[in-house]
Design a protein around this ligand. Structure first.
Ligand code: SF4
Length: 216
């Protein structure tokens, strides 16, 4: 299976399409652009909740078809695949997830505080980065640990998946650190909160280096 497995760019991306140089090769991006264009052509607002929900239904339908096709290409028969229950994983058991989630919670409180106080114009971009990545880091850490007991994929593919996920987490950490450090100058009143967030990010980074499988 591993010889044939070439992960598409969106498998390990941070979904910031506006900054991505894989757009030309990315099916997710192309599909999304076509979806938007189609609505604009019809004079519809693609962000209208009703239209958006309908689009989501269509996207799920297409994803199902895509998964079936990929499984077929990789010689996996989904109809006869074992329906043995996949063991549940508790992400809280893993240090790496706990750190990522702690960062999410503290960053979220910090974000809300800044939103209430008003975001200075010159840190808007940094603020957006912190907002974007505080959920992504936790979500990707959850995905990382949930792969530990999944033996559906072979070892090589699992390693590829892990490395890709770790790469996105690291990217999120790096960009969040830069953003928080930039914010320090303009938000001296939030020095301790920012220092705390940076500290958790550094601990998360170290944990990625040291042992992603370590349990609490
Ligand atoms: S274009 Fe968007 S969805 Fe595609 S790989 Fe880049 S960031 Fe991900």
């Amino acid at each position: 299976m591993s010889e044939k497995f070439k992960p598409p760019p969106f498998n390990y991306c941070d979904y910031r399409c506006d900054r991505c140089d894989e757009r030309e090769k990315c099916r997710v991006y192309k599909d999304d652009q076509e979806r938007l264009l189609d609505h604009y052509r019809k004079g519809e607002d693609p962000y209208d909740p009703e239209i958006f929900v309908n689009d989501l239904k269509e996207i799920f339908g297409k994803t199902k078809k895509m998964i079936r096709k990929m499984a077929q290409e990789q010689g996996i028969d989904l109809e006869t695949a074992s329906d043995e229950e996949v063991p549940e994983i508790n992400p809280e058991e893993y240090v790496i997830y706990r750190l990522a989630y702690q960062y999410f919670k503290e960053a979220n409180a910090f974000i809300k505080e800044l939103e209430n106080a008003g975001i200075p114009e010159n840190i808007k971009q940094d603020f957006d980065d912190v907002v974007w990545y505080h959920t992504l880091i936790a979500a990707k850490a959850g995905r990382l640990v949930s792969g530990f007991i999944d033996d559906f994929l072979d070892e090589e593919v699992t390693k590829l998946e892990e490395d890709g996920t770790i790469k996105v987490i690291r990217k999120g950490i790096d960009l969040s650190k830069i953003a928080l450090e930039n914010m320090l100058n303009d938000l001296p009143g939030h020095l301790y909160a920012i220092a705390d967030l940076l500290e958790i990010l550094k601990r998360t980074e170290k944990q990625l280096e040291a042992d992603i499988h370590q349990k609490v």
